[in-house]
Write a new protein. Structure first.
Length: 246
């Protein structure tokens, strides 16, 4: 479990995705069931992750939120977001988005110095836009198909392509490449884990109270969002998305 936490710091973004999609568009699907041939494995793993979240992640997040002043909480979130600008910049470079890559590198430089290691987001006020890129998207840009939907232990929703992407982003994260002390590295991953979960407490309540089948809804929302991101918000029009050959 520790290795999985280190790899991604726990991927809770799907909670916001599912909650937002639920509020905006309801429980529509796009034939994503065809992309889930491993549902017999994925559903039990989803239940395992939910139990882990209920009995470990949520209590930690609530305790963290209770003892951490809001300005400090925001600063910690920005600190880890600043570190994430490094893999974002590299992925933009790999996708030949040179302007975005330069902007991301500029963000990291400004926020790491003037912004005090990223605790202050000075770069945004300077017009340096924050982007959202990862190695899974880069592989999609290169033509690698998404492959079957896959629920990873602890990390949650993924696909075969995105599972490879997680490893790619991990090895270039400054926490991994820039921290030699194991205790410090583990501590940083742990704080990142709890901070992300604390930021999503409200989103998880929305999902659990509104979705008739949370598993299906999370799956469909995840696959639609990833397809959207690979094409930078302009996916090709099609009556039905083929997640195996996008």
């Amino acid at each position: 479990m520790k290795l999985l936490l280190m790899i991604k710091g726990c991927q809770f973004n799907w909670l916001w995705v599912a909650a937002l999609a639920l509020l905006v568009s309801g429980c529509a699907t796009t034939g994503a069931e065809e992309a889930d041939p491993w549902e017999a494995f994925n559903r039990p793993m989803y239940i395992f992750n939910e139990k882990l979240d209920k009995y470990v992640a949520k209590p930690l997040a609530r305790g963290y939120q209770a003892v951490t002043p809001a300005p400090v909480d925001r600063g910690i979130t920005r600190f880890f977001a600043n570190l994430n600008d490094v893999p974002i910049a590299l992925n933009n470079l790999l996708q030949f988005k040179f302007g975005d890559a330069l902007s991301d590198a500029g963000r990291f430089g400004v926020n790491s110095t003037i912004g005090i290691l990223g605790f202050l987001d000075i770069a945004t006020s300077m017009g340096l836009e924050k982007h959202e890129e990862d190695f899974g998207q880069t592989l999609g840009k290169w033509g690698f198909p998404s492959g079957p939907y896959l629920v990873l232990p602890v990390l949650g929703p993924s696909s075969m392509r995105d599972a490879v992407g997680i490893a790619g982003d991990w090895v270039v994260n400054p926490i991994f490449v820039g921290v030699d002390d194991a205790a410090v590295s583990w501590s940083l991953w742990g704080v990142r884990y709890v901070d992300r979960r604390a930021d999503l407490l409200k989103a998880s309540r929305i999902l659990q109270s509104a979705a008739l089948d949370p598993y299906s809804f999370v799956r469909d929302s995840y696959l639609q969002r990833r397809h959207h991101l690979v094409f930078d918000g302009n996916p090709p029009e099609a009556e039905e998305i083929d997640f195996f050959a996008e």
